[in-house]
Design a protein around this ligand. Structure first.
Ligand SMILES: [Mg+2]
Length: 380
């Protein structure tokens, strides 16, 4: 099976807020679907966390390296793409775009062999996984209004992030966490994301240490991005002194970038994003490296239904990955597939057992947000 084409289409019209100081608008494109086409007419799909224009520019560089390649060898082909682009866009848009290509090729391999990707990665440790409802923070009264229906709907794990946290006052921070814990109840998992990769983040180590102590009093499971994403030494110190687990890594790309973070003990939980980091091939190796160093991998998943499906396959294939991020209230998560995501009575999501990523795009739904003809239509 040979690769004949690679296409891209950005999602626009319902882009959710990201909590960024320079906030996203619904028509901003930060999620782009990538389709790898083959000579037998098979198509694999992946998701990329960056704009359509940046993906198209990256594909100018990558397409000649892909056409004619064996479509059933994702890890070798992705490595070829990485190593042939040392000089062009490495770690940035090119790596982001390889993420979608690599995941699409794993999807193709699964479809060709009739197996779910998780089994092809070595075997399924679990058939279902707990999704955590991920939402932006807000003033306590507004946050409670959004948390309560989720708790009533059976969600048992929550992450609240960004918004005013760490940006206004320590008092407000604690009021937000107190209100959230009261709403979700003592048994729910509650995680907190400072979102220090926000361009306007201004807090440092001392704030993070003090905030971590406050979060511990409310039984918070992990404290995510409590420090700017390049502050490696501060992360090492914070992990040593924080009473709650320290999580991060969502903006890092390439498995090599994670080595100093894992080997220096900077994180309890490492959070690569499969739509940025280089895809499944890259994320799988980060996961095993983390495991060997006593670090858990819980994927960052603020992206699309295709990204979530990819995370589910990864969660099935890594022994410690017992949670996945589920962005609540995003049509790009809820509306793109022929089947709806649904929680079982324990608040868990089943990991699809069908071939590849185990999902099918609902083309009518996708066409509301993206140019389906460009992505999947016949070659022009
Ligand atoms: Mg985050």
């Amino acid at each position: 099976m040979k690769i004949t084409d690679v296409r891209a289409a950005g999602l626009r019209g319902a882009t959710p807020e990201g909590g960024w100081t320079e906030e996203l608008q619904p028509d901003d494109v930060v999620h782009t679907l990538v389709a790898v086409h083959t000579d037998g007419g098979n198509v694999g799909v992946g998701s990329v966390f960056t704009s359509e224009n940046l993906v198209r520019a990256a594909l100018e560089v990558l397409r000649p390296l892909l056409i004619g390649e064996n479509a059933l060898e994702p890890e070798r082909v992705a490595e070829k793409l990485h190593r042939t682009t040392f000089w062009l866009g490495r770690g940035g848009s090119v790596t982001h775009t390889i993420s979608g290509i690599d995941s699409a090729m794993w999807d193709l391999l699964g479809r060709a062999t009739g197996q779910p990707v998780g089994r092809l990665l070595g075997g399924r440790y679990r058939d279902r996984v707990r999704p955590y409802a991920s939402l932006l923070m807000d003033r306590p009264d507004r946050l409670v209004e959004r948390l309560r229906p989720l708790a009533d709907a059976g969600w048992a794990a929550f992450k609240i992030g960004w918004g005013p946290f760490g940006r206004i006052s320590n008092q407000l921070d604690e009021q937000i966490i107190t209100a959230a814990r009261e709403t979700v109840g003592p048994d729910a998992l509650l995680m907190v994301d400072a979102g220090a990769s926000d361009g306007a983040w201004s807090q440092g180590y001392k704030w993070a240490l003090r905030a971590a102590a406050m979060l511990a009093e409310h039984d918070v499971v992990w404290f995510e991005e409590p420090l700017p994403p390049d502050a490696l030494e501060d992360y090492v110190r914070l992990r040593e002194h924080s009473p709650v687990a320290v999580a991060g890594g969502e903006v890092l790309t390439r498995r090599q970038s994670f080595l100093p973070w894992i080997e220096s003990g900077a994180l309890d939980i490492v959070q690569p994003d499969v739509t940025k980091v280089g895809g499944i091939s890259e994320l799988r190796r980060i996961g095993w490296n983390a495991h060997d160093h006593g670090v858990r991998l819980i994927p960052h998943g603020w992206n699309t239904a295709v990204g979530l499906a990819t995370d589910l396959q990864i969660a099935s294939a890594l022994p410690d990955t017992d949670l996945v991020e589920y962005v609540t209230g995003s049509p790009y998560i809820d509306d793109l597939l022929t089947t709806e995501w649904s929680l079982d009575s324990d608040g868990m999501l089943a990991i699809p057992e069908g071939p590849g990523l185990g999902i099918e795009l609902d083309l009518d739904s996708v066409s509301r947000y993206a140019d389906v003809e460009t992505l999947l239509g016949p070659a022009r």
